[in-house]
Design a protein around this ligand. Sequence first.
Ligand code: SF4
Ligand code: SF4
Length: 533
Amino acid sequence: MISDINIRVNRELCFACGICVESCILDNLRLSMAPCRQACPIHMNCQGYIRLIALGKEQKAAEEMRMTSPFANILGRICSHPCEVTCERGKIDGSVHIRALKRYLADSFPDITLSLPKTARDSGRRIAVIGSGPAGLAAAYELRLRGHAVTVFEADTDPGGLLRNVIPSFHLPISEVEKSTTMLLSMGTNFITGEPIGKKIEFGRLEKEFDAVIIAVGAGAPIKPDIPGQDLDGVIQGPDLLRKIKTGQKPQLGQSVIVIGGGNSAVDVAISCRLLGVKEVQIICLERPDEMPAYELSLQKAKNAGIIVENCWGPTSFIQGDDRSIKIEFSRCMTVFDDQGRFAPDLEPTCGLTLQADTVVMAVGQKVNFKDLPEELIDPVSGRFIADPITLQSNINPIIFISGECYSGTATVIDAMASGTEAAISADRFVNRDGLHWGRDFWKGPYLKDYSVHHDQAIGGSRCKLKYTPAAKQTIDQEMEITLSAIDAKKEAERCLSCGRSFEANKTCLYCLPCEIECPVDALEVRMPYQIR
Ligand code: SF4
Ligand code: SF4
């Protein structure tokens, strides 16, 4: 399918930016997309910035990254990196460390990666965003770009939502979140903090005063399974504990903690407890090791910190001991999911394990807290807001759009940001009286999923090993991971196989040359017959 007859692309130089594709007036070219970019929910050109680092053009790499998102400093630290899961280099000796390279650029070129964009002329439209987590921040950015007056309402005293208040500082320091909120403030975003909607400001007032409203309240309320004794003093909720720690409080946890849950939140809680000096920390979860939703890297960090993980157990009761410690009875979990893949844990009827700890932390999932928001917007079965899956527009009131976890359920930060952007695109079109559905399918553009890759051209060694603050020096409020050095970043970038490229797709070339002229790195040659040239 990929042809080099009239158009020849030098894969050493091409960074798959797609400029040539856009400049071809005869619709001849297409961009074959690298699998990393295909997997990215915001389709960031990871191949592009990686190739540019490998070529020593780091500033240009930072600019390429900035074009897709202004949140690289956050994503470079905590993105779930679906790009790395599909990376072709992973089939050889470990995927390219795409997230670490993103962080390298964000930390090395903050003037570029956090630069203020040019915003469109004032549209005269007012749009409210409720919630300032990843979805809310992404929506606010997109709307300000398009010239709308944006007011973000945040229940907490500072903007940032879970990025600021829940994700531990050893992954994402508050200062990094503040860089993003400061950028949004400088773009003219109005933040109203400490104002949960439904207290002083009613939701109905927003419907009257704004041209559109985006709900991005996340899913921050802990799920409390119906287990006897779960309201005892020593049984606490993971999100509450993480919030307390993030605000600088030092909770009294005792000498031993058992964390119930198999996701990232459970692992974050467990590591936090160890950093706060708890001697014995265990994670107990329903899932088998290969079913745990927690990232492998996080689990490895937990195990390195001496945290024990026990799989395939579900708690059935909590009992307070005389010394105020908590006794927990567990039953063996036979299966976690039913035949259709739905969460439906099947526990043995008898108790198979009894453990005791000073504190039990429940970290088994979160749900939407829709208190004080209109009930008619919510699906009573899923407990989430209802919206059109493509446009995210509410089917109850057309001025309302839903984004992030309060629509999708538990999601990653990058998924929530992608959703916030989509809701903003819809709200922008709505206030401009434009159609909401057109052009929403990314794959109907000039991008193709087919790509060609040459594994035999792989150079360099295996995936780089990240460096961390030595264990003895780790603290609860200091970042653990260390930014790649310039030398390591270049080495890692050179491992990329440059899977995507532009190519001649339609054989309509008339040798008119804009593609060759526009290519910023002279990677493309139009192969003209010598009579014409
Ligand atoms: S080898 Fe490079 S271009 Fe290919 S998937 Fe991995 S990072 Fe992307
Ligand atoms: S050939 Fe040049 S313009 Fe086209 S995708 Fe590659 S780098 Fe971009």
